[in-house]
Write a protein that binds this ligand. Sequence first.
Ligand code: ZN
Length: 298
Amino acid sequence: MASGRFAPSPTGPLHLGNLRTALLAWLFARSAGSAFSVRMEDLDPLACRPEHVAGQLRDLAALGLDWDGPVVTQSARRSAHEAALQHLIAAGHTYPCYCSRREIREAALAPNGADPEGRYPGTCRRLPVAQRARREAQGRRPALRLQGGAVPIAFEDRVHGRVEGTVDDVVLRRNDGTPAYNLAVVVDDAAMAIEEVVRGEDLLAVTATQIHLCRLLGLPVPVHAHVALLRGADGQRLAKRHGAVTLAQRLALGQSPQEVRAELAASVGLAAPGQCPTTATLLERFGALDPTSLSGGP
Ligand SMILES: [Zn+2]
């Protein structure tokens, strides 16, 4: 059976933008009769908390979003991430990177160094042996980057149509040994047999790199649907400063979970203002929705 997923980071309560993405991912999966999984992306031990795992799952359930099987915890899958890393290292697809955040920022500001997407400027890609030795002697611990080579990748996105991108030299393992997001996400999606990835438009730019990683690792490439991010009344991406942006805050204001779900559904044209459709009605309406309408535009 085909499967979709929602994969939040348990760093705090989900805000309405996350919940809308969760609702859409659930609608994509369930309207197609697919399985739906939840994965907690908790690789950063300093930022992630068990109480946020519980809180996020409670919010999904309150909105009527159900999932199949146990919730997958990314931090429990580090041996699988490491095995994939070893495969990439052995095949010569990686290189050590000694750059600090500050050095990357400064290289990007140098003449001809500016990259509009904030991609890695390539400082360590062909680092002379002497310079590498000097950094090692300073006790710097390298991160591991993908030898991306700016390979062009085109893919069909269910929302955006044909998308063309290039492979970035993303970090695969942080210098503290933690597997990085782009590696973990492709390894885990494949292990969970995820065939359709529905997520926010902010991740459209890294998709070419993730598809490339799938191919290098011999993993199936999922179908992608990148949906618009929820914006506040000022047109900016929804954030804390927009006021009551979590489900708990909305419930405290007297709204019911069904009303919050209806508001999220209304934001993509699945409910009229004031209407409170059931999940069955939402599934039926979603089936008739043109997915390209879920784009936030250019
Ligand atoms: Zn570097």
